[in-house]
Every structure is written in C-alpha cells, then in structure tokens.
Design a protein around this ligand. Sequence first.
Ligand code: NAD
Length: 278
Amino acid sequence: MAQLIDGKKISKEIKDELKEKVAAYKAQGKTAALAVIQVGEDPASSVYVNNKKKACEYIGIESLEFHLPEAITENELLVQIDKLNKDDKVNGILVQLPLPKHIDEEKVIQAISPQKDVDGFHPQSVGALTIGQKGFVSCTPAGIIELLKRSGIEIAGKECVVIGRSNIVGKPMALLLLRENGTVTIAHSKTADLRQVTKRADILVVAVGKPKMIDSSYVKEGAVVIDVGIHRNAENKLCGDVDFDDVVEHVSAITPVPGGVGPMTIAMLMHNCVSTMA
Ligand code: NAD
C-alpha cells in the first residue's frame, strides 16, 4: 500500500507551529504585515489572495490588501511597490501572478525589495539559492521538501528527477533537492526519452502542467511521486499532472491532488513571512 503524503495535515502542522512563533514574537513587541497586490479580477487569483489572507489571520500576522484595477499602468504599479518597499511596517510584499499582458512581470518581480520578496522570485533570491546562501525560497518547492522530510522520506543519495524547468517550480525544486544531497536530473519538453529518465527516479517530482500525463509507464516500482499539477477535468474535479489511480499501486508514497502539494505553498509563504520577524 502506498503511503499517502497528506499535505493538508502537514500544512496545518506548519501553520500551527508558525502561530506559536508569531505569538512569541508579538510578546517581544515584534509584528509582521504581508502586503498582497492583486491587479484585475482574475477569479483564480481572487481565490488565492483570499486564501493567503485567511492564512495570515490564522497565524496572527496582518495582511494588507491592494486590489488595483486591470487598467493600471506598469509605472503606477511600480510606484505602489516602491512605497511598500519603503514602508517599515511591511515585512513581505507579494504580487499575485499572472499580471495583465501590458505589464512586464519580470520588471515587477525585480522591483520588489529582496528583503521583502516572500515569494522568492527575485533574481537575488534565486541567486542566493543557487550558491547556497540565505534568502527567500520559492514556496511550492520549499513546501515539497517539507512534505518529504515530515513524511520520513530520505533525499540524500537518492536519484531525484524533476519534470519541468519553470522558474517558480522546476528549477528551484531541482536546486533544493541538490541542497538536500539528492542526485538531481531535470527533464523538460525537449527531453529525448522521458520514460527512460523518469524510470530512474527514486523521487519523481512532476511539474509538467499537463493533466494526468504521467502514468505508471513513467514510474519505477516503489518510487516516491510528488504531483505539483493542478487542473480541473471535464467533470470540474481537481486532478494533477499524474494519473493517480494508475500510478498508486506502483509507488511507495504519493501526493494526492487535491490535498498534497497545494496546501503547502501557502504554509511556506507564511513561513517566509514569519522568518522576517526574527
Ligand atoms: P510551466 O508551464 O511554466 O512549466 C511546465 C514545464 O513542463 C516546462 O518547463 C516544460 O519544459 C515542461 N514540459 C512541458 N511538456 C512536457 C513534456 N511533454 N515532457 C516533459 N516536460 C514537459 O508550469 P509550472 O508553473 O512549472 O507549473 C507546473 C504545474 O504545477 C501546473 O499544473 C501548475 O498549475 C502547477 N502549480 C501548482 C502549484 C501549487 O501550489 N500546487 C504552484 C505552481 C504551479
């Protein structure tokens, strides 16, 4: 029987630990506030922003919402970020992505002070991760490391394969697995023989963005499979990048969708915010 890696339970554990830490910091007179900027009315973004607000309330930090109109210019948004960079009451700044097409996301990410970059997307944060220095780590991959550790899954010395090389998941995931002493391979859309690569994996992290693409033919018997994907299928049900039903009999541990990686992203965002209170 495969171990079901319970992201709901583990993310709750982390949030409860953070809640205690925040209370202790508050007792020392320290406070924290997360500024969340949303541009436009994308319904999925509104759900994410609302979940972040609820998580802040739960652990006891202030969330400051900046809901800006779709038509805002890039410059107006940059001015808003600059104000928040200079505001001592604000410890973390997050700009909900995606942004409307007329705004350059790269420019916006780079405008956030690296000291307040709780999403870990700023080039300085990514650079720090690459050379093993202190800095904010992108929340979804950081959450996956927590899932593995708290489920008792050893990373050191293991063959780790990450499918996907995006800046927010694939690349930082590979770097974090390397930091934990895994032997890491990144597979991507130009990988010549994907199965041959993924079949080597003791730990397979799938961030391919294609519903149920990874079935048991890609997976080594007894592997640990982490499914980062989130999609809605034809019946409006959530599913991942992994064909869970086909794979589950062949693995030693697996994350479900929903209830696996998803809840960890916000938990790690809260972890990054609380780390600014130290
Ligand atoms: P992305 O589209 O930016 O990247 C997908 C990657 O998959 C690319 O690097 C590409 O090279 C690779 N790829 C595409 N087709 C391939 C193929 N046929 N074979 C091998 N590689 C292939 O996506 P992303 O932002 O990294 O997200 C990946 C998935 O994770 C999406 O489903 C997204 O919704 C989900 N996601 C979930 C969370 C969460 O909190 N759970 C957070 C971020 C992303």
